[in-house]
Design a protein around this ligand. Structure first.
Ligand code: NFS
Length: 663
């Protein structure tokens, strides 16, 4: 039996801003997740956390104990079946969240192409690339006309019943062949979620390998389908991120301005707010209320979206959302969908702050609802800001930890990585591949996903520092990226301070941080493309499974993180989490932690301590390097003229010039 989840107590909070705030009298009056954890005083249910609680029908709920005949489900379902069904449902829920987000972005994209939003088609080069992928003619056509056709074709893939999703064609050929052979190519985005739910209904799919086949298909519909569509179309509409300096943490709130925090996920709302916050009429209104202006700040992944594209500061990550409000300095927190704790409306109960819900899909008691209309988004944004400005004069006692504001350099889209390492004239992944082959960079590690309260909040930091110390380049997304930004790892100087010698050398030459912010969770699709480009560039194997690349979402909270993990595993990338709800089912666990590797070349891993996660990631990278034959130390041979002539004569010198690699 695995040990029960550890509950973090408030003395394990390492974020100095959070600690400082919680010590203020003002914040002590507020009930936060930290309070609730202390008051609950109990560990999570063992059956639930080990994956063996079944509530898929009303004969139960059944708690299953693996190997005990009297403790299977009333229907006879075994621990392996139950854990696999639960896992499949987690993947389906995570996928549904990403895909519904993506659908809204595609609809916004169509509205933009029709001229119905204040936005425009910004990245025409990417528009043409995507059009080409979809077989859409571009020559002599207006950008909006192409965008409209692309948007409609993309939208149709959500409800598609047969065939395969177009974006799958972007994967390395070998990956595509594996998916075809396994029968896991997603047909349509919605179809895979529905089928996953159906197959895990009582009395349908009761064979865990088969359940996981659909979980892979469903997750691939997320990563290579909807999430990738969302990222690309959002880039086309709002601009592909390029490196920008910005700031992060609670200190970005302003004493003298109307503070409006944007929390949630779909950047259509946030982008409209960014435009409206610069509107003369809005600024005049703010001044009339006694403020110097409007300070927009992000929270969670919406924060990442506008941070990446506009350099708008981030006030807090998932774990800090209550802290942002506990400052008493926020006039409104504008939310749309996902990762918004219901408690936020209670945190502001005695404050002037309003929680403004904006989406018909996501309402909350004690919040103010102002519906965001994508066809009239500018007017919606102005209405929301007007409401927030109206609260400024009512601001009461407040506390902003002003010095808790950390510099970050963000905006590392896959195109940026291409450019940064390759330079303007030879944009390519060649320099990255070469640096991996010659060992300056041992490999690439993704640190993604959420935060929660079960563990101390420096897990991401410990993992990242160990990785970069060992010359592994780190790419980060989601709230993990914000956690790493808060501890100063997204400054170029961090390379000098924390990276191993050879990674430091590469970072210093290029002027980049050793931890690159790649975007929101939906933008994990950028990592799939980056990995694909590394394969395509050559020298590191024929598919993602051969690359010295590995991922972790150590402190996962949301079901979305498991969907992401599954699409990485099914794409050949090894993924390590701090825990997974599988340990109560022996055979199923073995399949997840080992068996999947035979099918996709990658599997899941679990390690509870952050340093162990980092070590497991480094070991996985080293294993790949060994298999590629790039770990052999290259002997430096000082050549004299006679030796050079010998080479020219075609006789050669063993090992020289090939990095000891395979031929
Ligand atoms: Ni990702 Fe973003 Fe954060 Fe986790 Fe939630 S905000 S989409 S799910 S908690 S990283």
């Amino acid at each position: 039996m695995a040990k029960p989840s550890r509950i973090a107590s408030s003395n394990e909070i390492t974020a100095s801003s959070t600690r400082e705030l919680l010590n203020q009298d003002l914040a002590k009056k507020v009930r936060t997740a930290y309070t609730r954890i202390e008051e609950r005083g109990m560990a999570a249910c063992l059956f639930g956390s080990q994956g063996t609680c079944c509530k898929n029908c009303n004969m139960g709920p059944c708690q299953i104990i693996d190997g005990v005949e009297s403790m299977v489900g009333i229907c006879g379902a075994t621990a392996d079946t139950v854990a696999a069904r639960n896992f499949g449902r987690i993947v389906a829920a995570g996928t549904s969240a990403h895909t519904d987000h993506a659908r809204e972005m595609v609809r916004g994209f169509i509205a933009t192409a029709k001229g119905q939003t204040p936005h425009e088609i910004k990245d025409v080069a990417k528009l043409h690339k995507m059009a080409q992928l979809f077989g859409i003619a571009t020559e002599g056509r207006d950008k909006n006309e192409i965008a409209l056709e692309l948007g409609e074709r993309a939208l149709a893939e959500f409800g598609q019943q047969d065939g395969i999703l177009t974006m799958l064609k972007r994967a390395p050929e070998k990956q595509q062949k594996i998916w075809k052979a396994k029968g896991v190519e997603p047909r349509g985005v919605d179809r895979e979620v529905v089928e996953m739910m159906h197959r895990t209904h009582m009395g349908v799919d009761q064979e865990y390998h088969n359940i996981m086949r659909q979980a892979s298909r469903c997750a691939l519909a997320d990563g290579w389908g909807a999430s990738m569509l969302s990222t690309e179309l959002t880039d086309i509409m709002f601009g592909t991120p390029v490196p920008k300096r910005a700031t992060i943490d609670l200190g970005v709130l302003r004493e003298d301005m109307v503070n409006v925090t944007v929390h949630g996920h779909e950047p259509l709302l946030a982008e409209s707010l960014c435009l409206a916050a610069e509107d003369e009429e809005m600024l005049a209104l703010a001044k009339k209320a006694g403020a110097k202006g409007i300070n927009l700040a992000g929270v969670c992944c919406t924060g990442n979206e506008i941070l990446m594209r506009r350099g708008i500061p981030v006030a807090g990550s998932f774990i800090q959302q209550e802290m942002v409000l506990a400052t008493g300095a926020v006039e409104a927190m504008v939310v749309d969908v996902q990762c918004v704790m219901q408690s936020v409306a209670q945190v502001v109960k005695d404050k002037h702050t309003d929680i403004i819900t904006t989406n018909y899909r996501a309402m909350m008691p004690d919040a103010v609802h102002i519906q965001f209309d994508e066809h009239d988004s500018y007017a919606s944004a102005k209405k929301i800001l007007t409401h927030a400005i109206g609260n400024f004069k009512k601001r009461g006692p407040h506390y902003i930890p002003k010095d808790k504001k950390f510099d970050v350099v963000v905006g590392f889209s896959h195109e940026t990585i291409n450019y940064m390492l390759g330079g303007r004239f030879r944009q390519s992944y060649r320099p990255l591949n070469d640096n991996i082959i010659n060992g300056r960079i041992r490999g690439v590690a993704a640190i993604v996903g959420c935060e929660h309260y079960k563990h101390a909040d420096n897990v991401h930091e410990i993992i990242a520092k160990e990785l970069i110390k060992n010359n592994v380049l780190v790419l980060a997304t989601g709230c993990a990226a914000q956690a790493l930004g808060r501890v100063g790892l997204m400054r170029p100087e961090a390379a000098t301070e924390f990276a191993g010698d050879s990674l430091r050398e590469v970072c210093e030459t290029v002027g980049m941080p050793p931890v690159l912010h790649v975007g929101s969770c939906v933008d994990n699709s950028r990592l799939l493309i980056a990995l694909t480009e590394m394969v395509r560039e050559g020298g590191l194997g024929n598919d993602i499974a051969e690359l010295p690349a590995v991922g972790t979402a150590p402190v996962w909270m949301s079901e979305k993180a498991v969907a992401i993990g599954q699409y990485f595993v099914a794409s050949g990338a090894h993924v390590i989490f701090q825990d997974l709800p599988i340990s109560g089912a022996k055979k199923f666990s073995e399949y997840i932690l080992k068996g999947l590797k035979e099918e996709y070349g990658a599997c899941w891993g679990v390690a509870s301590e952050p340093l162990d996660i980092a070590k497991a990631m480094i070991a996985a990278i080293e294993e790949k390097r060994e298999a590629l034959g790039i770990n052999k130390k290259k002997e430096r041979v000082l050549m004299d003229m006679a030796m050079r002539r010998e080479i020219e004569a075609g006789k050669g010198i063993g090992g020289a010039g090939c990095g000891g690699g395979k031929h």
